[in-house]
Design a protein. Structure first.
Length: 382
Protein backbone atom coordinates (compact mmCIF):
# COMPACT_ATOMS: atom_id res chain seq x y z
CA UNK A 1 0.00 0.00 0.00
CA UNK A 2 1.18 3.49 -0.88
CA UNK A 3 1.85 5.68 2.19
CA UNK A 4 -0.55 8.25 0.75
CA UNK A 5 -3.41 5.75 0.95
CA UNK A 6 -3.10 5.15 4.68
CA UNK A 7 -6.12 6.57 6.41
CA UNK A 8 -5.87 7.01 10.13
CA UNK A 9 -9.27 6.73 11.82
CA UNK A 10 -9.84 8.56 15.10
CA UNK A 11 -10.50 5.20 16.79
CA UNK A 12 -10.56 1.62 15.45
CA UNK A 13 -12.74 -0.90 17.29
CA UNK A 14 -12.22 -3.69 14.77
CA UNK A 15 -8.51 -3.52 15.57
CA UNK A 16 -9.33 -4.10 19.25
CA UNK A 17 -10.92 -7.45 18.42
CA UNK A 18 -8.23 -8.47 15.92
CA UNK A 19 -5.47 -7.75 18.47
CA UNK A 20 -6.84 -10.37 20.90
CA UNK A 21 -9.02 -12.47 18.62
CA UNK A 22 -8.01 -15.94 19.81
CA UNK A 23 -8.42 -15.17 23.50
CA UNK A 24 -11.69 -13.29 22.96
CA UNK A 25 -13.11 -16.11 20.83
CA UNK A 26 -12.16 -18.63 23.51
CA UNK A 27 -13.76 -16.51 26.26
CA UNK A 28 -17.01 -16.15 24.31
CA UNK A 29 -17.09 -19.89 23.52
CA UNK A 30 -16.53 -20.67 27.20
CA UNK A 31 -19.55 -18.55 28.20
CA UNK A 32 -21.76 -19.95 25.45
CA UNK A 33 -20.95 -23.50 26.54
CA UNK A 34 -21.47 -22.74 30.23
CA UNK A 35 -25.23 -22.27 30.07
CA UNK A 36 -24.98 -19.26 32.46
CA UNK A 37 -25.24 -15.81 30.90
CA UNK A 38 -25.86 -13.10 33.49
CA UNK A 39 -24.19 -12.45 36.89
CA UNK A 40 -22.16 -15.62 37.19
CA UNK A 41 -18.59 -16.79 37.59
CA UNK A 42 -17.15 -14.62 34.82
CA UNK A 43 -18.69 -11.45 36.25
CA UNK A 44 -17.51 -12.27 39.76
CA UNK A 45 -14.02 -13.11 38.46
CA UNK A 46 -13.83 -9.88 36.48
CA UNK A 47 -14.98 -7.83 39.50
CA UNK A 48 -12.29 -9.50 41.61
CA UNK A 49 -9.57 -9.00 39.01
CA UNK A 50 -10.52 -5.38 38.42
CA UNK A 51 -10.60 -4.64 42.16
CA UNK A 52 -7.19 -6.31 42.55
CA UNK A 53 -5.78 -4.28 39.66
CA UNK A 54 -6.99 -1.06 41.32
CA UNK A 55 -5.82 -2.15 44.79
CA UNK A 56 -2.31 -2.91 43.47
CA UNK A 57 -1.84 0.84 42.90
CA UNK A 58 0.49 2.73 45.21
CA UNK A 59 -1.17 3.56 48.53
CA UNK A 60 -4.53 2.19 47.39
CA UNK A 61 -6.90 0.72 49.97
CA UNK A 62 -8.39 -2.74 49.37
CA UNK A 63 -11.01 -2.03 46.73
CA UNK A 64 -14.24 -3.82 45.88
CA UNK A 65 -15.82 -3.61 42.45
CA UNK A 66 -19.45 -4.10 41.42
CA UNK A 67 -20.21 -4.55 37.74
CA UNK A 68 -23.28 -3.11 36.04
CA UNK A 69 -24.76 -2.48 32.62
CA UNK A 70 -22.87 0.69 31.58
CA UNK A 71 -20.96 3.72 32.86
CA UNK A 72 -24.04 5.90 33.26
CA UNK A 73 -25.60 3.25 35.49
CA UNK A 74 -22.32 2.97 37.44
CA UNK A 75 -22.66 6.63 38.47
CA UNK A 76 -26.37 6.20 39.25
CA UNK A 77 -25.68 3.02 41.25
CA UNK A 78 -23.17 4.83 43.46
CA UNK A 79 -25.60 7.72 44.01
CA UNK A 80 -28.37 5.26 44.96
CA UNK A 81 -25.94 3.33 47.17
CA UNK A 82 -25.10 6.55 49.01
CA UNK A 83 -28.78 7.37 49.43
CA UNK A 84 -28.61 10.36 47.10
CA UNK A 85 -31.80 11.10 45.15
CA UNK A 86 -34.74 13.53 45.23
CA UNK A 87 -34.08 16.47 47.52
CA UNK A 88 -30.32 16.30 46.96
CA UNK A 89 -28.09 18.30 44.63
CA UNK A 90 -24.96 16.89 42.99
CA UNK A 91 -22.22 19.08 41.55
CA UNK A 92 -20.33 18.13 38.41
CA UNK A 93 -19.01 19.74 35.23
CA UNK A 94 -20.74 20.68 31.98
CA UNK A 95 -17.62 19.76 29.99
CA UNK A 96 -18.29 16.00 30.04
CA UNK A 97 -20.21 13.25 28.31
CA UNK A 98 -23.87 14.07 28.85
CA UNK A 99 -24.04 10.72 30.69
CA UNK A 100 -22.60 12.25 33.86
CA UNK A 101 -25.48 14.69 34.15
CA UNK A 102 -28.06 12.15 32.93
CA UNK A 103 -27.04 9.79 35.77
CA UNK A 104 -27.68 12.49 38.37
CA UNK A 105 -31.17 13.15 37.00
CA UNK A 106 -31.87 9.40 36.64
CA UNK A 107 -31.80 9.05 40.44
CA UNK A 108 -33.99 12.13 40.91
CA UNK A 109 -31.20 14.40 42.17
CA UNK A 110 -30.59 17.95 40.92
CA UNK A 111 -27.37 18.67 39.01
CA UNK A 112 -25.35 21.86 39.46
CA UNK A 113 -22.69 22.49 36.84
CA UNK A 114 -19.27 23.92 37.66
CA UNK A 115 -16.95 25.57 35.13
CA UNK A 116 -13.58 24.07 34.17
CA UNK A 117 -9.95 25.05 34.52
CA UNK A 118 -9.02 26.01 30.94
CA UNK A 119 -5.66 24.19 31.12
CA UNK A 120 -6.76 20.77 32.41
CA UNK A 121 -10.42 20.88 31.25
CA UNK A 122 -11.23 19.52 34.74
CA UNK A 123 -13.46 21.06 37.43
CA UNK A 124 -12.35 24.54 38.55
CA UNK A 125 -11.48 24.45 42.27
CA UNK A 126 -12.37 28.08 43.01
CA UNK A 127 -15.78 27.61 41.45
CA UNK A 128 -16.37 24.40 43.42
CA UNK A 129 -15.47 26.17 46.65
CA UNK A 130 -17.74 29.08 45.76
CA UNK A 131 -20.69 26.81 45.00
CA UNK A 132 -20.30 24.82 48.21
CA UNK A 133 -19.98 28.02 50.26
CA UNK A 134 -22.95 29.73 48.59
CA UNK A 135 -25.13 27.36 46.53
CA UNK A 136 -27.46 28.91 43.93
CA UNK A 137 -30.79 29.95 45.50
CA UNK A 138 -33.47 27.25 45.51
CA UNK A 139 -30.98 24.40 45.08
CA UNK A 140 -31.43 21.45 47.47
CA UNK A 141 -28.40 20.69 49.68
CA UNK A 142 -25.34 19.49 47.75
CA UNK A 143 -24.62 15.91 48.87
CA UNK A 144 -22.00 14.81 46.35
CA UNK A 145 -19.47 16.11 43.86
CA UNK A 146 -18.61 14.18 40.70
CA UNK A 147 -15.25 15.29 39.30
CA UNK A 148 -14.64 13.96 35.78
CA UNK A 149 -11.10 12.90 34.86
CA UNK A 150 -11.75 14.14 31.35
CA UNK A 151 -9.67 12.79 28.44
CA UNK A 152 -7.66 10.68 30.94
CA UNK A 153 -6.19 13.63 32.88
CA UNK A 154 -6.67 13.31 36.67
CA UNK A 155 -8.61 16.07 38.44
CA UNK A 156 -7.07 17.87 41.41
CA UNK A 157 -8.57 15.27 43.75
CA UNK A 158 -6.60 16.20 46.86
CA UNK A 159 -7.97 19.72 46.79
CA UNK A 160 -11.46 18.48 45.90
CA UNK A 161 -11.43 15.93 48.74
CA UNK A 162 -10.19 18.45 51.29
CA UNK A 163 -12.93 20.89 50.32
CA UNK A 164 -15.64 18.22 50.21
CA UNK A 165 -14.64 16.60 53.50
CA UNK A 166 -15.00 19.99 55.22
CA UNK A 167 -18.44 20.41 53.67
CA UNK A 168 -19.52 16.81 54.46
CA UNK A 169 -20.01 16.06 50.78
CA UNK A 170 -19.22 12.72 49.08
CA UNK A 171 -16.73 12.55 46.19
CA UNK A 172 -17.64 10.22 43.32
CA UNK A 173 -14.93 9.97 40.67
CA UNK A 174 -16.14 9.72 37.07
CA UNK A 175 -13.32 7.53 35.74
CA UNK A 176 -15.00 6.67 32.43
CA UNK A 177 -12.03 8.10 30.50
CA UNK A 178 -9.24 7.47 32.99
CA UNK A 179 -8.69 3.76 33.75
CA UNK A 180 -5.10 3.59 35.01
CA UNK A 181 -4.44 7.34 35.32
CA UNK A 182 -2.46 8.33 38.38
CA UNK A 183 -2.21 11.30 40.71
CA UNK A 184 0.98 11.53 42.79
CA UNK A 185 1.53 7.85 41.95
CA UNK A 186 -1.90 6.85 43.29
CA UNK A 187 -4.40 5.10 41.09
CA UNK A 188 -7.37 7.18 39.98
CA UNK A 189 -10.61 5.58 41.20
CA UNK A 190 -9.15 4.66 44.60
CA UNK A 191 -8.97 8.18 46.04
CA UNK A 192 -12.55 9.43 46.32
CA UNK A 193 -15.41 7.73 48.20
CA UNK A 194 -16.35 5.68 45.13
CA UNK A 195 -15.57 5.58 41.43
CA UNK A 196 -17.57 4.85 38.29
CA UNK A 197 -15.98 3.36 35.18
CA UNK A 198 -17.61 3.02 31.78
CA UNK A 199 -16.45 -0.04 29.85
CA UNK A 200 -17.95 1.15 26.57
CA UNK A 201 -15.95 -0.21 23.61
CA UNK A 202 -13.98 2.99 22.92
CA UNK A 203 -12.84 3.52 26.53
CA UNK A 204 -9.29 2.68 27.69
CA UNK A 205 -10.75 -0.56 29.03
CA UNK A 206 -13.61 -1.47 26.75
CA UNK A 207 -16.00 -4.39 26.38
CA UNK A 208 -17.34 -5.40 22.96
CA UNK A 209 -20.77 -4.18 23.98
CA UNK A 210 -22.13 -2.21 26.93
CA UNK A 211 -20.67 -2.60 30.42
CA UNK A 212 -19.72 -0.56 33.47
CA UNK A 213 -18.21 -1.06 36.91
CA UNK A 214 -18.13 0.76 40.24
CA UNK A 215 -15.31 0.64 42.76
CA UNK A 216 -15.09 1.56 46.43
CA UNK A 217 -13.15 0.61 49.55
CA UNK A 218 -16.39 0.85 51.55
CA UNK A 219 -17.55 -2.77 51.91
CA UNK A 220 -21.06 -1.78 53.05
CA UNK A 221 -21.51 0.48 50.01
CA UNK A 222 -20.28 -2.29 47.69
CA UNK A 223 -22.72 -4.74 49.22
CA UNK A 224 -25.60 -2.30 48.88
CA UNK A 225 -24.75 -1.57 45.24
CA UNK A 226 -24.58 -5.31 44.57
CA UNK A 227 -28.17 -5.59 45.78
CA UNK A 228 -29.52 -2.44 44.09
CA UNK A 229 -28.23 -3.48 40.66
CA UNK A 230 -30.58 -6.47 40.79
CA UNK A 231 -34.00 -5.32 42.06
CA UNK A 232 -32.65 -4.66 45.56
CA UNK A 233 -32.29 -8.38 46.16
CA UNK A 234 -30.21 -9.21 49.23
CA UNK A 235 -31.47 -12.77 48.83
CA UNK A 236 -32.88 -14.21 45.61
CA UNK A 237 -36.46 -12.98 45.01
CA UNK A 238 -36.44 -10.89 48.22
CA UNK A 239 -36.05 -7.12 47.89
CA UNK A 240 -35.17 -5.30 51.10
CA UNK A 241 -35.05 -1.98 49.31
CA UNK A 242 -36.10 -0.73 45.87
CA UNK A 243 -33.57 -1.54 43.20
CA UNK A 244 -33.07 -1.43 39.45
CA UNK A 245 -31.93 -3.85 36.77
CA UNK A 246 -28.37 -3.01 35.77
CA UNK A 247 -26.43 -6.27 35.49
CA UNK A 248 -23.12 -7.11 33.84
CA UNK A 249 -23.54 -10.01 31.45
CA UNK A 250 -21.17 -12.98 31.39
CA UNK A 251 -20.13 -12.55 27.77
CA UNK A 252 -18.89 -9.01 28.31
CA UNK A 253 -17.30 -9.95 31.65
CA UNK A 254 -15.35 -12.79 30.00
CA UNK A 255 -14.20 -10.45 27.22
CA UNK A 256 -13.24 -7.79 29.77
CA UNK A 257 -11.04 -10.30 31.64
CA UNK A 258 -9.09 -10.71 28.41
CA UNK A 259 -9.00 -6.96 27.77
CA UNK A 260 -7.81 -6.22 31.34
CA UNK A 261 -4.59 -8.21 30.75
CA UNK A 262 -3.46 -5.63 28.18
CA UNK A 263 -4.80 -2.45 29.83
CA UNK A 264 -1.44 -1.33 31.27
CA UNK A 265 0.37 -2.03 28.00
CA UNK A 266 -2.38 -0.26 26.06
CA UNK A 267 -2.14 2.81 28.29
CA UNK A 268 1.64 2.84 27.77
CA UNK A 269 1.06 2.74 24.01
CA UNK A 270 -1.40 5.65 24.28
CA UNK A 271 1.25 7.59 26.21
CA UNK A 272 3.90 6.79 23.58
CA UNK A 273 1.56 8.04 20.84
CA UNK A 274 0.98 11.22 22.90
CA UNK A 275 4.74 11.73 23.30
CA UNK A 276 5.21 11.41 19.54
CA UNK A 277 2.46 14.00 18.95
CA UNK A 278 4.05 16.34 21.52
CA UNK A 279 7.29 16.19 19.56
CA UNK A 280 5.60 16.63 16.19
CA UNK A 281 3.81 19.73 17.52
CA UNK A 282 6.99 21.34 18.90
CA UNK A 283 6.93 24.11 16.26
CA UNK A 284 3.18 24.18 15.65
CA UNK A 285 0.99 27.07 16.79
CA UNK A 286 -0.94 24.67 19.07
CA UNK A 287 0.29 23.65 22.53
CA UNK A 288 0.44 19.97 23.47
CA UNK A 289 -2.12 18.95 26.13
CA UNK A 290 -1.28 20.31 29.57
CA UNK A 291 -0.38 17.80 32.27
CA UNK A 292 -0.71 19.14 35.82
CA UNK A 293 2.29 18.42 38.08
CA UNK A 294 2.15 14.94 39.63
CA UNK A 295 -0.42 13.60 37.18
CA UNK A 296 -0.05 10.63 34.88
CA UNK A 297 -2.37 11.17 31.90
CA UNK A 298 -3.63 8.04 30.07
CA UNK A 299 -4.78 9.83 26.90
CA UNK A 300 -8.23 8.49 26.37
CA UNK A 301 -8.13 11.49 24.04
CA UNK A 302 -5.25 13.71 22.92
CA UNK A 303 -6.93 17.11 22.73
CA UNK A 304 -5.64 20.35 21.21
CA UNK A 305 -7.18 23.79 21.40
CA UNK A 306 -7.57 25.03 17.86
CA UNK A 307 -9.54 28.28 17.45
CA UNK A 308 -9.74 27.80 13.63
CA UNK A 309 -10.84 24.21 14.16
CA UNK A 310 -12.88 23.58 11.00
CA UNK A 311 -9.99 24.58 8.73
CA UNK A 312 -7.43 22.50 10.62
CA UNK A 313 -9.70 19.44 10.71
CA UNK A 314 -10.14 19.76 6.94
CA UNK A 315 -6.39 20.02 6.37
CA UNK A 316 -5.75 16.93 8.48
CA UNK A 317 -8.57 15.08 6.76
CA UNK A 318 -7.00 15.93 3.38
CA UNK A 319 -3.85 14.20 4.63
CA UNK A 320 -5.78 11.09 5.66
CA UNK A 321 -6.04 11.89 9.36
CA UNK A 322 -9.46 11.74 11.03
CA UNK A 323 -10.22 13.90 14.07
CA UNK A 324 -13.20 14.27 16.41
CA UNK A 325 -14.69 16.83 18.81
CA UNK A 326 -15.25 15.92 22.47
CA UNK A 327 -17.68 17.59 22.93
CA UNK A 328 -19.17 20.01 20.39
CA UNK A 329 -21.99 21.31 22.63
CA UNK A 330 -21.59 21.52 26.41
CA UNK A 331 -24.34 19.97 28.50
CA UNK A 332 -25.71 23.32 29.73
CA UNK A 333 -26.24 24.46 26.11
CA UNK A 334 -28.07 21.34 24.94
CA UNK A 335 -31.81 21.44 24.35
CA UNK A 336 -32.53 18.91 27.08
CA UNK A 337 -30.80 21.04 29.73
CA UNK A 338 -30.44 24.65 28.56
CA UNK A 339 -32.08 27.20 30.80
CA UNK A 340 -33.11 24.83 33.56
CA UNK A 341 -29.82 23.62 35.10
CA UNK A 342 -28.13 25.47 37.93
CA UNK A 343 -24.54 26.62 37.46
CA UNK A 344 -21.73 27.96 39.62
CA UNK A 345 -21.49 31.72 40.31
CA UNK A 346 -19.32 32.41 37.23
CA UNK A 347 -21.47 30.32 34.89
CA UNK A 348 -19.72 28.02 32.43
CA UNK A 349 -17.87 30.46 30.16
CA UNK A 350 -14.63 28.41 29.97
CA UNK A 351 -16.69 25.32 29.16
CA UNK A 352 -18.47 27.12 26.33
CA UNK A 353 -15.17 28.40 24.94
CA UNK A 354 -13.57 24.95 25.13
CA UNK A 355 -16.43 23.46 23.14
CA UNK A 356 -15.64 25.79 20.23
CA UNK A 357 -11.90 24.95 20.22
CA UNK A 358 -11.24 21.35 21.27
CA UNK A 359 -10.11 18.81 18.67
CA UNK A 360 -9.16 15.18 19.39
CA UNK A 361 -6.41 13.49 17.36
CA UNK A 362 -6.48 9.74 16.69
CA UNK A 363 -5.37 7.73 19.76
CA UNK A 364 -5.83 3.99 19.98
CA UNK A 365 -3.34 1.38 21.18
CA UNK A 366 -3.58 -0.71 18.01
CA UNK A 367 -2.37 2.22 15.86
CA UNK A 368 0.42 1.02 13.55
CA UNK A 369 3.80 2.76 13.26
CA UNK A 370 2.82 3.72 9.70
CA UNK A 371 -0.36 5.38 10.95
CA UNK A 372 1.53 7.15 13.73
CA UNK A 373 4.11 8.50 11.26
CA UNK A 374 1.29 9.68 9.06
CA UNK A 375 -0.34 11.69 11.85
CA UNK A 376 3.01 13.11 13.00
CA UNK A 377 3.87 14.23 9.45
CA UNK A 378 0.48 15.92 9.18
CA UNK A 379 1.01 17.68 12.53
CA UNK A 380 4.45 18.92 11.44
CA UNK A 381 2.81 20.55 8.43
CA UNK A 382 0.39 22.63 10.55
C1 LIG B 1 -18.52 7.28 28.43
C2 LIG B 1 -18.75 8.15 29.58
C3 LIG B 1 -19.78 7.96 30.51
C4 LIG B 1 -20.91 6.97 30.29
O1 LIG B 1 -20.58 5.70 30.00
P1 LIG B 1 -21.62 4.73 29.23
O2 LIG B 1 -20.95 3.40 29.40
O3 LIG B 1 -21.66 5.20 27.82
O4 LIG B 1 -22.92 4.81 29.92
C5 LIG B 1 -19.84 8.75 31.63
N1 LIG B 1 -18.96 9.73 31.84
C6 LIG B 1 -17.96 9.99 30.96
C7 LIG B 1 -17.00 11.09 31.27
C8 LIG B 1 -17.82 9.22 29.80
O5 LIG B 1 -16.84 9.50 28.95
Amino acid sequence: MNAQDIIVPQADLGAVYRAQKEEIDAAVARVLASGWYILGQEGAAFEGEYAAWLSAGQGAPAMQAVGCANGTDAIALILRGLGIGPGCAVATVSHTAVATVAAIEMVGATPVLIDIDPRTFCMDMDELKAVLAAPPPGLPPIRAVIPVHIYGHPCDLDAILETCRKAGVAVIEDCAQAHGARLGGRMIGTIGDAAAFSLYPTKNLGALGDAGITATSDAALAKRMGAIRQYGWHTRYISDEPGVNSRLDEMQAAILRVRLTVLDANNARRQAIAAAYDEALANAPYAAPYRAPGTEHVFHQYVLRVPEREAVMARLRAQGVATAIHYPVPVHEQGAYAGRIAMGPAGCAETSRAATEVMSLPVFPEMTEGQLDKVCAALRSL
